[in-house]
Design a protein around this ligand. Sequence first.
Ligand SMILES: [Zn+2]
Length: 523
Amino acid sequence: MLDNELKCHVDLCFCSNCREEWHRWLHDHYSSIDALNQKWGTQIWSEEYQDFNDVVLPQATPFVHNSALQNDYRIFTADSATSFVELMIQVIMLACDKPITHNTALGFNLKNVELFNQLDIIGFDTYAESRLIGGFTLNLDLWRNLNLKKEVMLLETSTSHVGYLERYVEPHPIGYLTMEIFLSYVAGLKLFEYWPFKGNATGVEQPHSAVITASGDHDLGYDEVETGSALAEKIHKQNRETTFIKSNVAIVYSDTAKRFYNIETGGKRSYRDLFTEYYAEILKYSSSLEVIPENTDFFKFKVILIPFLRYVSSEMLTKIQKFVDQGGTIILGPMTGDRSENLTWHKNNGLGELGEWLGIKNVNQFYVEAARTECGFSIDGNDFNFKNLLTIFDSDNNEIKNQSKIKNLKNRSIVLKAKKGQGCVYYIGGLLDEDSKQPFWKINLAPDLIKNDVNQDIIKQKGSTTIIYRRENDKEIHLYFANLGQINDSVILNANRVPLDVKLKNNKLSLMPYEVKELVFLR
Ligand SMILES: [Zn+2]
């Protein structure tokens, strides 16, 4: 394993070496200072540069640095980490021929696709807490899709609670660790590793749980480490005879989008928060889902969701168009396509090329807190309230007309639905407020997810917090259920599907919080 958690504790560096490298990086990317000035839009507040060596680093400043400058410095930083890894690999390969990996995580400023293209194994760490539904499985569903040719290993997680000198955290609830182990191995992970094995008596992480405490006793998660080992053995055996079946539904995850949210925060929420909440919403209607990087082939799926991807490149737009033309469903937004590559606002149509394709015009963007500001829209006769950063617009192609109920926004739209070729595209212009979220999804988006669910042959009604992974061979279908939530949940099976060896009352499978179950069916 190379190093430990690159870009975890220190993101941006401002040393003299980085200053020199930064100016070289800018020169390589823009070739002329005029091109940089043009792309960054420095013709404002006397920001124009005469020479690459004059370009500042985004250090502490009385107000805020130019958005394009901040964005490029973060990209430069991620690129530096990739180059550093490249160099380390070359040195190590001279000395040994063992496979090489690194432990990445969702929070770090890296270009994960580029990073792991060079490494032999995808390695990641996660300390997802139980209160965030889907916080753990988001990791499984992303890292197993990062590079399909490579094995995936969980290199660090806690047996119970994380912690260090400045932060105490509550233990995992009972069953949570077992659920993590169960799902990891069903998803095909090669390794599930604890940090640390023995608790630290010195250093900074003394309050961090372990398999064995610093004084040599069993720590809180010990029993589940044992249960998990037995479970792992059983699943490994089954995995050798079955193949993991992917969901038809995918959501696009982007390191570029994450960088944007670390700069344009609006003083509000992070990409990871927004993304995890959205991911958990999809899981209410889809048994499972694939979290895919931007370079993934869309034609492996039936429905693709692309929220929070502020910059939609021409290449990405072409992929979207081809997918929809040939019968796919794409759900865009909130906050998709509203910024340029340089984190500037579009000067042509508020959504650039994407807006032109969708036939969107007169775009306005503003922030609303649903609890204090009324921002209701009527969609096909149903009323919904939107919040956060709203994108409202006009469009002649929209199948949903006359949406706004607010006087000064009369006849403006926040949701677009349009048929294109054989398929369909939605643009959702805002986050739904708590009361509107479930009814909006149920009426507008859930039917597409349910229709394309990979387990629709067996599942009649999926519970709202249960994830269902599927593996199969020529003879059998294995469904692996896990309740990710902290209240009971249940799944209803189709009347004609009877599992082997298990008797269910009224075809109903009940799961307590974090409970895991497996059902086997004949094909
Ligand atoms: Zn430095």
